[in-house]
Design a protein around this ligand. Structure first.
Ligand SMILES: Nc1ncnc2c1ncn2[C@@H]1O[C@H](COP(=O)(O)OP(=O)(O)OP(=O)(O)O)[C@@H](O)[C@H]1O
Length: 762
């Protein structure tokens, strides 16, 4: 449609197109006008659709032909609302895909993507029932359609798993999924690949029947050019443009050729040898090219989009007639010479996922059911998911923070008499003899194993060789000198002090072990002193240093590192599994095309996320139950606070992992990059969140960073509830809850932003 503005013929504006053409073109099934699609950003930008125009009449079959990579799938994904054009318009049944009125994505369209896009672990019957629930079809209708399509498409028995079918059988199941709810619009991306000629013919017969008897509009791509003769219209596509669009008969007639293959070849050769266009005007960075074959297929009925208008709204005039190139059937071609401002004007606020129904219980139920079926079908995965956290807690309780045992220490006791066979005798009375042996009696023999050595040199050599953890040496006159030192008190000389000491040399390469040995040896000396004082009728505690640790306010006198580590291990594994599971599920479904297919069937992304949330929450509840069953009941980890609060924080951390998994799946295309991000961030989290060592031990600036980690405050909150019994009113508890919630909200929002940006660029 053109209008005269100041004497020159110009295209109407995009908005006018919308208002008028919608009314006029309701007879059109699908209308594509000046479609531009660019993949990538920056230097990776690549134009795939370049000003493509296409009309598919309602109730007809449109065969879209084109070489591999010319943009057919891209065009179809824009038609079904899974991708957005950078500029141009698409109308399906008079409305933009994604608008409420179009019903697309939704039940009005049946989509068979190029990839299989089906769950391999489902049977054929389960597959159709899943889509049946999405379309809210009754089970008996689904069964009846399954029976009909099984015959039509020669499907294997319904209880066969999709993954066990041959490639051709899988494609037929995929075709059945597209057909079985009897949509008004069928978008079929190479439905006849790998199908034998007889079946191919019956598929085409069925498509013809659908279009004639039911008024179904069909767009079908195929590499078998000749089979497209059965289509009402053929669009021949090359390099993101339509070279021709007409009925097969007209195409053959206008080119005076016998086969469509030959027509396509001729068109491609002409397209290759003829310069496309002459740039007419590029006031807005967009150049308009018009190529039309005289007497050939004319597609100029399309209205221009705003991309044909400069930024001020000044229309770009149509190519003068004289510039048209005779001899080639070409459509109006708008070639874009790079990113322009006008593109931004053309892309209106469309949300391809929005359909008439924003939320539906039956779709959510279908997704939840599918998720559970998927989970229970894979028993190994099911056990792995449910029991791994409990398994980790068992291992951490068994392996981390326990008491050391059987640490070998060399004992060199020069008090022993070689002539008496170096036997260590002692009394328990108030007798001042063989104090060394009396002292050694108080060393716990399950913790420290005493290994006698003859000389200090020998013992030190054993330490150097890693045979023992240290040397305990008593001088020849240890007992006598100790008595003198006791008697002299403040006046004891250095020689006495040196000779009366228990000289200990340790291998300090292992901090925890050397701390344990030190504590053992000091405690043993304290017990030894009390023993002698008591035997001699003195006050046993008179010798103790005047620093006394009274009963602790929280925790036990002998704190356990296990109690410190366990909360971190619980939150860490719950978080990690939720993260890994979510990113794996979303990435796999997206890569396999199952997600896309479900969304084209009408599933909302929010429903997808909610279904996963329901599934994940169930998994989390199971994991949390087993985790605390083992931690609290089997391993007796103390819980002084509210168990409900403990569970709440654990679930929040699981959801936090889930939210991060969403972000990773939105960011990554490949599993390997998702694994790298998952592992990289998880190790950082383990190290920095205070899971293994308190954040108080970190340099101040690192501590500030550590506090930003999603688990740091949550772990502290959990420790405070379990160990100190604090409630939600305490800042160190509610801060953990608030930060977890903030992370969840932040990560989900970020994921949605990434999904939106990627929809535009990819
Ligand atoms: N997400 C994407 N990001 C970048 N490039 C893409 C993306 N998807 C497709 N392409 C590229 O766009 C071009 C057109 O792809 P498309 O799948 O639309 O072609 P096609 O005509 O359907 O090919 P075929 O017949 O082989 O399926 C190809 O060069 C492809 O590599």
């Amino acid at each position: 449609m053109t209008k005269d503005v100041e004497g020159s013929a110009v295209f109407v504006s995009s908005n006018q197109f919308d208002d008028e053409s919608r009314a006029n073109n309701c007879a059109d099934g699908v209308l594509v006008r000046n479609a531009y699609k660019i993949y990538g950003v920056g230097s990776n930008r690549c134009a795939i659709l370049e000003g493509l125009n296409m009309i598919v009449k309602k109730g007809t079959i449109y065969g879209l032909l084109g070489a591999s990579g010319c943009g057919k799938t891209t065009l179809l994904s824009c038609v079904v609302g899974r991708r957005r054009l950078n500029s141009g318009d698409i109308l399906v049944f008079g409305h933009e895909p994604g608008s409420e009125e179009s019903g697309i994505p939704g039940p009005r369209v049946g989509y068979m993507p190029q990839d299989l896009a089906l769950h391999g672990y489902f049977t054929i019957k389960e597959t159709l029932h899943y889509f049946g629930r999405i379309y809210n079809l009754k089970a008996d209708i689904v069964n009846a359609r399954l029976e009909f399509l099984s015959k039509l498409l020669d499907l294997p028995p319904g209880d066969r798993y999709v993954r066990t079918l041959s490639g051709g059988q899988q494609r037929r199941v995929s075709f059945a999924v597209a057909l079985f709810h009897e949509p008004e619009l069928l978008i079929l991306d190479e439905p006849t690949v790998g199908v034998d000629p007889l079946l191919r013919q019956s598929i085409w017969d069925h498509l013809v029947r659908l279009s004639v008897e039911h008024g179904t509009t069909v767009i079908v791509t195929t590499h078998y050019i000749e089979e497209a003769r059965q289509a009402n219209t053929i669009g021949m596509m090359r390099s993101g443009r339509l070279l021709a669009e007409d009925s097969p008969e007209n195409l053959l007639h206008s080119c005076t050729l016998r086969s469509l293959e030959a027509v396509f070849l001729q068109l491609c050769m002409k397209d290759y040898s003829y310069p496309h266009t002459e740039v007419v005007n590029s006031t807005s960075g967009v150049s308009l090219e018009v190529q039309q074959l005289s007497g050939g297929i004319d597609n100029v009925g399309f209205e221009p989009s705003a991309s044909q208008l400069d930024i001020s709204g000044t229309p770009i005039p149509r190519q003068p007639e004289s510039n048209q190139d005779a001899g080639m059937p070409f459509v109006t071609n708008l070639k874009k010479m790079g990113p322009t401002l006008s593109d931004k004007r053309t892309v209106r606020n469309r949300n391809p996922q929005s359909t008439a129904t924003y939320f539906s219980c039956h779709r959510l139920a279908a997704l939840v059911q599918k998720n559970f079926l998927q989970m229970f079908r894979n028993v190994g995965l099911f056990l792995f998911i449910f029991l791994l956290p409990a398994n980790q807690v068992i291992l951490s309780c068994l392996c981390i923070g326990g008491d050391f045992s059987y640490l070998k220490m060399a004992i060199v006791n020069d008090e022993l008499d070689a002539s008496q066979g170096r036997v260590c005798n002692y009394t328990t009375t108030c007798t001042y003899s063989m104090f060394s042996c009396r002292y050694l009696r108080f060393i716990e023999n399950t913790t420290i194993i005493q290994v006698p050595f003859q000389s200090v040199e020998e013992a030190l050599d054993a330490v150097k060789r890693g045979k023992v953890w240290g040397v305990v040496h008593f001088g020849k006159d240890f007992t006598d000198e100790l008595v003198v030192r006791q008697a002299d008190g403040n006046y004891a000389d250095n020689e006495t002090i040196r000779a009366s000491r228990v000289a200990i040399t340790l291998d300090e390469s292992n901090q925890q072990i050397s701390l344990t040995i030190k504590r053992q040896l000091i405690d043993a000396f304290s017990d030894f002193s009390k023993d002698i004082l008591a035997a001699c009728a003195y006050q046993p505690t008179a010798q103790s240093i005047p620093v006394t640790f009274l009963d602790p306010i929280y925790g036990q006198r002998k704190p356990s590192f296990t109690e410190y580590v366990t909360p971190g291990v619980i939150l860490g594994i719950i978080y990690f599994l939720a993260l890994a599971l979510t990113s794996a599920v979303f990435l796999t479904e997206r890569k396999s095309g199952v997600q896309d297919r479900s969304i084209v069937a009408g599933v909302q992304m929010t429903e997808y996320m909610m279904a996963h949330f329901v599934n994940q929450l169930t998994v989390l509840l199971g994991q949390t139950f087993f985790v605390y069953l083992f931690a609290l009941i089997v391993f007796n980890t103390a819980c002084h606070g509210n168990l409900a609060l403990v569970i709440f924080i654990t679930l929040l951390q699981g959801l936090c992992g889930m939210a991060f998994g969403l972000l990773i799946s939105a960011l990554c295309d490949e599993e390997t990059s998702a694994i790298q991000i998952t592992l990289g961030t998880n190790y950082t989290n383990i190290i920095m969140s205070g899971m293994l060592w308190p954040t108080e031990a970190m340099p101040t600036y690192v501590r500030h960073l550590a506090n930003l980690m999603p688990q740091t405050y949550a772990m502290q909150a959990l420790r405070n509830i379990l160990g100190r019994g604090w409630g939600i009113g305490h800042p160190k508890v509610y801060v953990g809850i608030i930060t977890s919630l903030s992370w969840i909200v932040g990560l989900v929002c970020l994921s949605l932003i990434v999904v939106r940006v990627r929809k535009y660029t990819g």
